[in-house]
Design a protein. Structure first.
Length: 270
């Protein structure tokens, strides 16, 4: 059985045209000389809802379950005992035409028509991603250099332009180029290391520096007036002062100290 057969015919006005549910309710309210304010106060139904029901303004009404109960209650207040029939006619009239969509329904329909906005995450451009990765690499490299006190620019400079040091020829009495005793008044000490060694070196008034030499290496120090060396292992190197062999310093309380001056250097060459 279809809906048209179950819905009662609408009452007719003086011209013979059938009245809508809203018009029938409005006419019943006006017959009782009641205003919308009075009807809303008596039924506890919001006045905008009563106005929308009488105007058949479906878009301004709440959910069907609420509005059906309000129509039944409103009809009973106005003395219309068949309120359920009125409610059925109200929804029948709404569903026969195109029911306007509420703002909420319109918003939901837009979301359904644009599924990509719900399914796809926001895209981040490749340029932004590359910038973030580059920034992370630069920060990590900077932290590494600061932690290990490493200067990459000095390292690259030494690689591109190797440092070439000009060393003075070693003094040897048999070498005519360096055997001018009268002009050789400074202190020159050469060490040939027989062990891996650590040495503290002080030249004239300069600060003390620490050097580490592997076995088989040799080193040359030169001072104008005096020098001081401290070794940490016994007999760790063969020493030559201005080309002349000198003994390794003796152990003095666990220290192997060697102090030389220009006078001792001159004496070693005589």
């Amino acid at each position: 059985m279809n809906t048209e057969e179950t819905v009662s015919p609408s009452p007719a006005d003086e011209s013979g045209e059938s009245l809508s549910v809203g018009e029938q309710l409005r006419q019943a309210r006006q017959d009782k000389s009641l205003s919308l304010e009075e009807a809303a106060a008596a039924t506890k139904i919001a006045q905008p809802n009563l106005l929308a029901i009488e105007a058949m303004d479906f878009a301004r009404l709440p959910a069907d379950s609420f509005i059906k109960g309000q129509i039944v209650l409103y009809a009973a207040f106005l003395g219309i005992h068949d309120g359920r029939t009125l409610a059925d006619r109200f929804f029948f009239a709404r569903d026969r035409g195109k029911r306007p969509l509420t703002p909420l329904q319109q918003a939901l329909r837009k979301q359904q028509l644009m599924p990509k906005t719900l399914a796809e995450p926001a895209h981040v451009s490749s340029a932004v991603t590359a910038s973030v990765i580059l920034l992370f690499i630069v920060c990590s490299f900077t932290i590494f250099c600061l932690y290990f006190s490493w200067t990459p620019f000095a390292f690259l400079t030494n690689r591109i332009f190797p440092h070439t040091s000009v060393t003075s020829p070693l003094f040897h009495p048999a070498d005519p180029a360096t055997s001018n005793v009268g002009q050789h008044n400074n202190v020159q000490l050469q060490a040939f290391f027989k062990k891996d060694s650590r040495v503290l070196v002080t030249l004239d008034n300069t600060p003390t520096l620490e050097h580490t030499y592997p076995k088989g290496a040799n080193a040359l120090w030169e001072a104008d007036k005096q020098m001081s060396l401290e070794f940490f292992q016994p007999d760790s190197a063969d020493l030559q002062l201005n080309g002349a062999q000198i003994p390794f310093p003796e152990n003095m309380g666990g220290r192997f100290l060697l102090r030389l001056s220009s006078s001792s250097a001159a004496a070693s060459t005589q």
